[in-house]
Design a protein around this ligand. Sequence first.
Ligand code: ATP
Ligand code: MG
Length: 388
Amino acid sequence: MNEIILLKYGEIVLKGLNRNYFNQLLEKNVRRALKRIPGEYELEYAQSVLFVRGGEGSDMDLAVERLKKVFGIVAVCRGIECAKDIDVICDTVKTYAGELVGQAKTFKCDARRGDKKFPLTSPQICNECGGVILEALPHLRVDVKDPEVIVRIEIRDNSAIVYGRREKGAGGIPVGSEGRAMLLLSGGIDSPVAGHMTAKRGVQLEAVYFETPPYTSEAAREKVISLAKKLSEYAGVIRLHCVSLTEAQEAMATNCEERLFTLLLRRFMMRTAEQIARKSGANALITGESLGQVASQTLLSMVVTDDAAHMPVFRPCIGLDKEEIVVRARQMGTFEISTLPYEDCCAMFTPKHPNTRPKLEDILAEEAKLDVEGLVARAIETDQIVFC
Ligand code: ATP
Ligand code: MG
C-alpha cells in the first residue's frame, strides 16, 4: 500500500485542440512546485487526472499543501494505491476508512473498472467496500443520492487506487499559458492579491518594487521579498526588480506642487515599470488599486495615471472592498506579512491635502519642471533583481 495524490484538472479539460499544450504546462508547474520541497515524486497522467506517487524522502503532507496552490487544478485527493485484489482492496479500505471519509456522516462507494477482466463487477466492488466501511465506522450511513463523501475505487491496469475526501484546488488555468505581466508590488495588502488573481488566470508574473532609500529601509525591502516569495508558491519563480525612485521623489519634492505628489509619483512608477516590463517581455502592468479606496485611486486619478502608460494596466481588485481583499490576503497567506510595520515609499511624500479630481494639464505642467525621461532612465539603472 502506498499513498498517492490525485490532481483533478479544471478548465483546461475544455481546451480542445490546445489541450496537450495546457497539460504539459500544468505538469511542468506541478513538477516545479514539487522540486521546491524535499523528496522524489513520480507523475503519471491519465484522463484529466495527474497521479503523484511519493518516492524516497517524500513528504506527502507538504506535497498536498503545495499542490493545492498550483493553478489549473480543481481538486486534490489523497488516496492509497494497492494490489489489484479484492481482499487487499478491502484491507486497504478498512485501514484507511477514517481518512477516506473524514468528518462526513454519509457516504457511498463508486467503483470503476479500467480493467474489465477484474473478476468482480463495479456494483460488487462497491458492496464489498461499503460493507467494510460500515463495519469499521458504524456511525456512518449510506446515502446514494446525496452523500457527503464518495469513496472511489479504481481498478487500473497494474494496481487499484482508493480515495475519498477531496480538497479544493486553486482553480484557474496554468501559469504561463497567458504570457507575462509586470506586477507593481508594494509592501501593502492589495498588490499581492492582485498578483495572485492575475496569476490564477495563467499569467507569469514579474514584479517591481519601488523604494526610496534612505527614507525606506532594508527591512521594508525584505518584507516585499517575503511577499514575492509567498506569491511564488502560487505563481512560480518571480523575478523581483528593486528600483530606487529617490532621485525622482526628491526632484518632485523640490520642484512640484505638494498636492499633486502622489499622482506624479504614480506616473513615475507607471513609466518606469513599463520600460522594465518591455525589456522583460511583459505585455501588461498589474496594480492593486481598488476604485475609490484612497485619493490616488479615484476614477479621475486612474485616468491621469494611465495616461503615462502605454500598456494595458490590469487592476483585478478594482471592484473589491478592502474587507474582501483582506479575506483573500489571509487565504493566500500574505496578510501577516503585509501588515508588518515598515514604511512605504509613498508615505514619506504624501501630501496633506491630495487632489482627488486632478486635471491632466496641471500634472503635465508640473512634469514640465522635471527631466522626466532622465529621471526614469536613472531609476532603471538602480534596478537590482532578486529571484523569489
Ligand atoms: P497596496 O496595499 O497594494 O500597497 P495601497 O492601498 O497601499 O495598495 P497605494 O499605495 O495607492 O495603495 O498603491 C496602489 C498600487 O500602486 C499598489 O497596489 C501597487 O500596485 C502600486 N504601488 C504602490 N506603491 C508601490 C511601490 N512602492 N512599489 C511598487 N508598486 C507600488
Ligand atoms: Mg501601498
